[in-house]
Design a binder for this molecule. Sequence first.
Ligand code: MGD
Ligand code: MGD
Ligand code: MO
Length: 735
Amino acid sequence: MRRVKSGGGWPAVFYTFRKAREAGGLWKLWKAMRSKNACKTCAVGMGGQQGGMVNERGVFPEVCKKSLQAMVADMQGAVKHDFFQTYSIPQLQSFSPRELESSGRLTQPVIHRRGENYYQPISWDEAFAKIVGKLKAITADESFWYFSGRSSNEAGFLLQVFARMYGTNNVNNCSYYCHQASGVGLNSVLGTGTATLTLEDVDHADLVFVIGGNPASNHPRLMTTMKHIRRRGGHVVVINPIVETGLVNFSVPSDPLSLFFGTRIASLYVQPHIGGDLALLTGVAKRIVEMNAHDEAFLTTYCDHWPALKANLAAHDWNEIYLKSGVSAEAIDAIATRYAAAENVVFTWTMGITHHTFGVENVEAIANLALLRGMVGRSNAGLLPIRGHSNVQGIGSVGVTPKLKDAIFDRLQSEFGMTLPTTSGLDTLACMEAAQRRELKVGFCLGGNLYGSNPDADYARNAMNQLELLVYLNTTLNTGHAHGLADETIILPVLARDEEPQATTQESMFNYIRLSDGGPARHEGPRSEIEVIARIAQGVLGNDGPMNWQSMQDTNRIRDAISRVVPGFDQIKTIGATRREFQLAGRTFHTPHFPTANGKAQLRAHSLPELAGKPGELRLMTIRSEGQFNTVVYEDYDLYRGIEGRLVILIHPDDIARLGLEDRQPVVVSSTTGTMHNIRITAFSKIRPGNVAMYYPECNVLVPRTSDPRSRTPSFKSIPVTLRPELAQVAGQTG
Ligand SMILES: Nc1nc2c(c(=O)[nH]1)N[C@H]1C(S)=C(S)[C@@H](COP(=O)(O)OP(=O)(O)OC[C@H]3O[C@@H](n4cnc5c(=O)[nH]c(N)nc54)[C@H](O)[C@@H]3O)O[C@H]1N2
Ligand SMILES: Nc1nc2c(c(=O)[nH]1)N[C@H]1C(S)=C(S)[C@@H](COP(=O)(O)OP(=O)(O)OC[C@H]3O[C@@H](n4cnc5c(=O)[nH]c(N)nc54)[C@H](O)[C@@H]3O)O[C@H]1N2
Ligand SMILES: [Mo]
């Protein structure tokens, strides 16, 4: 396959037409894309009341391949009526993520009982009775509640409140495998867990750092912002062990000039080793102080612990910094010089920062670096974790975390007269481990693919197998439905956001609340997530307690409750009537006063971690291709990296030669956790030697359950691995 020379561009345009055919015509797809619903893919956020493809600054058209993929997937036909009689569990297990996703929309509740070979249809009433009966028969702490980030604030709030009233804090979301380190790190420094700025601030920046992410693939709409910044003479500094094509040059499809000629994105591209960021960020901070380019007045007035950080930076040895970051003195100097010359600087980061055992420290180091020059707490500058799922931030805001924020906890008790559990509750990884130990009996998954997103895939399968009942609310089939099976497994088909009978809300990574109108159901069968949750809650707790679950099927009532308990959400109460979308109060910091105990930012000093791996080992990062959305794989090729196939290992030609291997040769990849056979060596000169990459979720058998002690996020990006040639070639065997 020919490698494209820039991201976006004509391939994205042609892709639109191809996808339109699948969706039943361009007009049909256009109408769906323009409906007043928040975009379904990443958390950059667009759509809502201004109509699809419009961002929060009113700019149109904003569209990316991902949103088309997600939309067309929801617009596909129903799973064939004899599908579950035709394909046995072993056959479903042999399906690829792509084959499962494209089997069609789920429309009929189905159940699988251990020992049987097939899923069987089950009526909604029978399914509800079974779930309610089981929940009544166990104690609440024998259950866990996992949420993905696509569901609405209303569904998220309703389900977490139900789980707590039922009696457990085993409530968590996919964030524990994603940006949890950002929340913890930002809170430790600033007392707030989300972006400190608005989209408009980013548009005015003259320097943007893009650290540990590939927004050209994963948040393509941000590339328009980068394009504007470059055109205005601003700069973009990328820190990434892979030179990502789309971060070097990107053709913004909605801009003719950019479409034809491409736009240069990175002004400076620095390739650290995987896990080298903490050393690198520390080095840049050290250099800034050496250059006397820091803002002493800001640091002493608005921050605590400046003397400690200053001493810590001075004490770090330069050679240790070069060694542990993999970055030269010249490159560190170049970054510091650019930073020192800029006036309005925005720091963005993604999974390359959070997916480490020191993810929280990484985030704190970014915050330190920003504070060093007073780039937090004013307009046109600040900190921006680039969030994943379209409503993952909202789900967290409305209380989907094991420990509720004190304010939410107190108000739920005082406003509704509830008595809530005070146990600490289990995070996502802890739930898997408790399930493995048979301490849990029931799992309930609001969307997502808990099995597919887990480290140590064999362990995850086994843990889920220990459960007595697993309930999935999903729109389409995924690998979890084939592998993550309990004694009884029930799949309930639900409506997508733009098919909801009532309006719902979502929160973007800029803390902006959007209203989605919903729309006509595309299929008969799927039900609203809210209706399903309320029905189960009503069955378990009845309607006479502090919450009348029957009446809570009305999203206006849910929003009323959210406005009464979640700080900053007052305006959500009336959004159904006013249709006025809004910026959450208390989240944007345009003055240097932070919600910490004394209002000052808390600088944090760090020691530098060793790079993962012993001599002879390679460091593996597990990443997304351009053609997938998390565990849902739409295409087997990775357009911008020019990679065909997914059972491959991306490795630098120097490493191939050093190991005496050859391009395209099948190898065995081993980690402390697992082994994969028949992985194709794929020469990839854009990756920093010593580091390798493989595609998630297929490679999750290799990922250990090692996690960051502070955020409990698995170390998905720094896995020591070894390679050896595949001797006896076993066709198709990968596990
Ligand atoms: N198309 C598409 N869009 C998506 C998703 C998707 O699957 N597909 N998923 C959504 C979700 S939930 C999320 S969380 C985001 C994920 O968005 P990203 O974080 O951009 O996705 P990953 O593929 O995990 O990207 C990892 C990037 O970090 C780099 N990296 C790896 N290790 C390190 C390191 O140690 N240091 C540094 N500096 N860089 C490193 C890799 O080279 C790669 O470019 O995207 C969201 N948007
Ligand atoms: N090795 C490795 N593992 C990783 C990562 C990595 O980089 N490397 N990344 C991690 C990250 S960042 C994340 S966020 C997790 C992803 O974890 P999850 O969010 O659990 O997984 P997804 O693959 O996004 O979930 C896809 C499923 O969501 C369902 N779905 C889609 N829309 C809706 C809807 O509107 N309602 C409902 N109820 N269901 C819907 C579909 O059925 C689809 O099959 O994976 C993590 N795992
Ligand atoms: Mo994510």
